[in-house]
Every structure is written in structure tokens, then in C-alpha cells.
Design a protein around this ligand. Structure first.
Ligand code: NAP
Ligand code: G3P
Length: 492
């Protein structure tokens, strides 16, 4: 593959087009959004602001394409996805550069996002081949004879609208597209505006891998302009959304009888008991809270530590956090990079102001330089502070000191969010006691919260989401059982 493998998706002025019916097309709207890099404000390119008629055409085209796609044998769908995974691997360095510029993700994490997406696609291609239906004999139910048998298979839902967020524009697009396609659906991808360019490259990877025309179409434009129209479109059969709780709840309010998978915000707690191995705990809390500058739904967003070990934990955290390298994500070993935009940095600074006013103790950071917010640690955070409850999506961590396990459980569960929690302890009985009581999708024992490995179920409860991701779970979410009941005449 040559260097200009991706020449089709943009013109010489770096204006990116949309994938429609197998070709990269310009919008007739004549409107564009300029995408600037959060690193240095340089112009990366322009994306098209599609109008509603064009969104409609894309959805209708996907609907037609799905009819043929569902007839293609699973092993051939799987071949196409495996080719897409190969291309992603081969192009990982080139795509990572684009991702780094577009969302200011450090280089190592950008490469890892691309490779993880390739692994995800490959695993999905294999997993779908191993999914089986079932036959259910009728006579196990009272009053039914042996002459009835139900043959249950899984069938696609139709057109899946995939909406991804800025923080993983490639991975959280791929992890919707791949299982949707393997289940026999077509996909309309609405990428985040900041992150759209990286996601459009991913779409071209699927296109190059030989996906039939129209099975994957892309729609770009601000969510505030085309979002409501897309999610309420009558030919969209399923919405697979990852993003903020605010937008997720809005989608849930305005749609009627549309199946939804919503992966939303979080306020994951790390609960630290007296007997925790503090070195393991600190490593996990720091990488959990600060990687990609805290812009992960599963970031550690509060520490609930037993008073008796709090001073020791705080000293170790201070030491490690002070050594985190901040700056340009293209430079070696940089972890803390500029936040996605000014509004995000302003929001984090607002949380600090509130915490300062209410008497929290600033231990590290507390400063910004443009959109770069330095890694920040607060001790003695109390429950009247916004930092105790709100999702910062930035590199800031509150420490809340607790006196008992039940106090930790209560504070953890008082949150509106319920994505994940971590418990750090060597006592398996206490770990199970706490895990059983926490109102979250996943509890991690002696590890930071995290989505992977990607075949594990991943879900949020309460305001953190609805439905389940994870390779097999995602395929099942985007398909439904279909039963054919055989009624045999010559069997009693
Ligand atoms: P966001 O502002 O909610 O945007 C997410 C996506 O929704 C973007 O593609 C956005 O498009 C689109 N959108 C906006 N308004 C819409 C509407 N009315 N209808 C349909 N789509 C609409 O979230 P974000 O800032 O990109 O991501 C950060 C948030 O996502 C955080 O809260 C984080 O916790 C959450 N998140 C959750 C998970 C999880 O798995 N639980 C994973 C990653 C992120 P535009 O960009 O054009 O506005
Ligand atoms: O915020 C993105 C979410 O999907 C978390 O993924 O791998 O960072 O835990 P991960």
C-alpha cells in the first residue's frame, strides 16, 4: 500500500468528504466545520456539515444495502473484517499521527487505540462465526406435546446508527461498526465533530477492505444540527451511542420505541482499605486518573481512602503525580496533554475554584496554560464540593477520607453515575462484601477501572448507561432472536 492510500477521502484543500454508497462524496450544503488541533491550534482539515436531506439519503441508502448484506454468509463478512483489521495494523503509525493531532492523545496511546481497534475487529469477526442458535423442545412446558419444536436463530435489526465520542473516535467507532456488521446490519456512522477526521479514515479502512456499497455510510455535521434528526429518523432501527450523560438522556427522551445502547459518563471511585498494597494502589490510581489527561469515562474520578492509611497514600500519590510529564503529545513520555477545548479546561478550573473556596487542600497542580491543565490532586475533599460528585473529564483527582467500609459504600452509591469502581485490599471477604453492594456495572479488585479486555461485558447503570457492550454482548445487542416453530403431525 502506498503513502497516498487514503487519497480518496479528502481533496487537495484538506476538505474531508463522506462515505456514501461506496464513494467519498462532497456535501451540497456548502458548509464546513474547520477542525483545529488542540495541540497548537493548527488547521487539520475541514469536515462537511451535511444537511438533513443528505442525512436522509445516507440512511435510506444504508437501508437498501442492508437487505443484500444480511444475505452474505457470515464467513465472508468475517473475511472482510479481517482484511480491515490487517489494514489498520499496517497503517497504525500513520493513523496514530492523525489521531494525536486531532484529539491531542499521546503518541503511545494513539497507536494503542488503533491496534486495539484492529484486535477488536478481528476478535469480533471470529466471535460471530461461533455464535449458535438453539432448538427448544416444546414438551418441557406443561400441557405441550413432543410435536412442537422451536428453532431459534439470531437475525439483524436493520440500520444501526453509531454515534461515537471525541475521546476514542477510532476505537469507539470500530467497536460499534464491527459487531453491527457481523450481526448483518448496515451502519450509519456519526462521528464526533472533533475526532471526525480520524473516524473517517477508519471508514475508508472498511471500504478498502471490500465492504459492499452502502453497508457503511458516514454523516458529519454538528450533533446539535443533525443529531436529533438522525436519532428520530424512522428508518434507524438501533442507536448505539457513547458520549455524555446529558446527550444520552436527551436521545432517550426524544426517541420512541427505538432500541438504544447508551454508554455514558462516570464518576468511578477507587476505594482503598487499610490493608491495601499501597504501591500497586498508587500505580493504578495514577494511571487510572491521569492517562489521556483524565478524558476517559473509566478514569478514576475520586479516591475514598480509610483515614488510617490516607497520609501514606497521599504522600505516594503526590510523589508520582508530580513526576507526570505534561506538554505536547508528540513528545516522548508525555501523559498530560491539552484538553480537547477551552470549555473543558474552563470547566475543570471551575471545579478547582469551588474546591478551594470550600476548604479542600491543594497538593499538586492547580494551574493551567491555555487548555493544558496540569495534573492536580486535592486532599480533604468534602461532600459539599462539586469535585466530589461531578465528572471533570480532566486531570484532577479528589481524595475523600473515610472512617468505615460502609461509609465508602454509601458515598460511592450516592453518585448519579454507576460505571465502575475499584477496591484495593488483600482481604477477599471485604472485597466481595463491597463488590456486592456497589451499584456499578463492574467492580475491579486491585486494579483501576477499565473497559478491556474487550470481550468482557462493559456497562453502566443509573446515569452511566443502558445496555451492554463487549464483543459477544454487542453482537447480541444488535441482533434479535427469531423463532420458527415446527409443528409435527406424525409425532405425539
Ligand atoms: P458528547 O458531547 O455527548 O458527544 C458524543 C457524540 O454525540 C458526538 O458524536 C456528538 O456530536 C454527538 N451528539 C451531540 N448532540 C447530539 C444529539 N442531539 N443527537 C445525537 N448525537 C449528538 O460527548 P463527548 O464530549 O464527545 O464525550 C465525552 C463524554 O462521553 C464523557 O461524559 C464520557 O464519560 C462519555 N464517554 C462514555 C463512555 C462509556 O463507554 N461509558 C466512553 C467514552 C466517553 P458532536 O461532536 O458533533 O457534538
Ligand atoms: O472513555 C472511554 C471508555 O470506553 C474507556 O475505555 O479502555 O480507557 O477503559 P478504557
Amino acid at each position: 500500500m502506498t503513502k497516498d492510500t487514503f487519497k480518496n477521502l479528502k481533496d487537495e484543500n484538506k476538505t474531508y468528504k463522506n462515505l456514501y454508497d461506496g464513494y467519498w462524496k462532497e456535501s451540497k450544503s456548502g458548509k464546513y466545520t474547520e477542525i483545529f488541533s488542540p495541540i497548537d491550534n493548527s488547521l487539520i482539515g475541514k469536515i462537511q456539515s451535511m444537511n438533513k436531506d443528505e442525512v436522509d439519503k445516507a440512511i435510506m441508502n444504508s437501508k437498501e444495502a442492508q437487505v443484500l448484506w444480511q444475505e452474505i454468509p457470515v464467513n465472508r463478512r468475517s473475511d472482510i473484517l479481517n482484511r480491515a483489521a490487517d489494514i489498520l495494523y499496517e497503517k497504525a503509525e500513520e493513523l496514530a499521527e492523525i489521531l494525536t493531532m486531532e484529539i491531542a492523545k499521546d503518541r503511545k496511546s494513539s497507536i494503542s487505540e488503533i491496534q486495539r481497534s484492529a484486535d477488536y475487529i478481528r476478535f469480533t469477526a471470529d466471535a460471530a462465526k461461533n455464535l449458535e442458535g438453539e432448538t427448544i423442545p416444546g414438551d418441557s412446558f406443561p400441557g405441550t406435546k413432543r410435536n412442537k419444536i422451536s428453532v431459534v436463530t439470531r437475525v439483524p435489526l436493520g440500520v444501526v446508527l453509531a454515534i461515537s465520542p471525541f475521546n476514542y473516535p477510532v476505537n469507539l467507532s470500530a467497536s460499534k461498526i464491527a459487531p453491527a456488521l457481523m450481526a448483518g446490519n448496515s451502519v450509519v456512522l456519526k462521528p464526533p465533530t472533533q475526532g471526525a477526521i480520524s473516524a473517517l479514515y477508519l471508514a475508508e479502512v472498511f471500504n478498502m477492505a471490500g465492504l459492499p456499497k452502502g453497508v457503511l455510510n458516514t454523516i458529519t455535521g454538528r450533533g446539535s444540527e443533525i443529531g436529533d434528526y438522525s436519532v428520530t429518523h424512522k428508518e434507524v432501527d438501533f442507536i448505539n451511542f457513547t458520549g455524555s450523560t446529558e446527550v444520552g438522556q436527551h436521545i432517550s427522551r426524544i426517541t420512541t420505541m427505538k432500541p438504544l445502547l447508551l454508554e455514558l459518563g462516570g464518576k468511578d471511585a477507587a476505594i482503598v482499605l487499610e490493608d491495601a498494597d499501597l504501591d500497586i494502589t498508587v500505580d493504578n490510581i495514577v494511571s487510572g486518573a491521569y492517562s489521556y489527561s483524565g478524558q476517559r469515562c473509566t478514569a478514576v474520578k475520586r479516591v475514598l481512602v480509610m483515614q488510617s492509611v490516607a497520609d501514606m497514600l497521599v504522600e505516594k500519590l503526590k510523589d508520582k503525580i508530580s513526576k507526570l510529564k505534561s506538554g505536547d503529545p508528540r513528545e516522548e513520555a508525555v501523559i498530560i496533554t491539552p484538553l480537547i477545548n477551552k470549555a473543558s479546561a474552563d470547566f475543570v478550573m471551575g471545579l478547582m475554584e469551588d474546591a478551594d473556596k470550600k476548604g479542600a487542600k491543594l497538593l499538586v497542580g492547580g494551574k493551567r496554560d491555555g487548555n493544558l491543565v496540569y495534573p492536580t490532586l486535592y486532599d480533604n475533599v468534602t461532600l459539599d464540593m462539586r469535585l466530589a460528585w461531578e465528572e471533570p473529564f480532566g486531570p484532577i483527582l479528589p481524595i475523600i477520607r473515610i472512617k468505615s467500609i460502609d461509609e465508602a459504600i454509601n458515598i460511592a452509591n450516592e453518585s448519579d453515575y454507576g460505571l465502575q469502581s475499584s477496591v484495593f485490599t488483600k482481604d477477599i471477604d471485604k472485597a466481595f462484601y463491597i463488590a456486592n453492594k456497589l451499584e456499578v456495572g463492574t467492580v475491579q479488585i486491585n486494579n483501576k477501572p477499565e473497559r478491556g479486555p474487550d470481550h468482557f461485558p462493559f456497562l453502566g447503570v443509573k446515569s452511566s448507561g443502558m445496555g451492554i457492550q463487549g464483543i459477544r454482548y454487542s453482537i447480541e445487542a444488535m441482533s434479535r432472536p427469531k423463532a420458527v416453530v415446527f409443528n409435527l403431525n406424525n409425532v405425539e
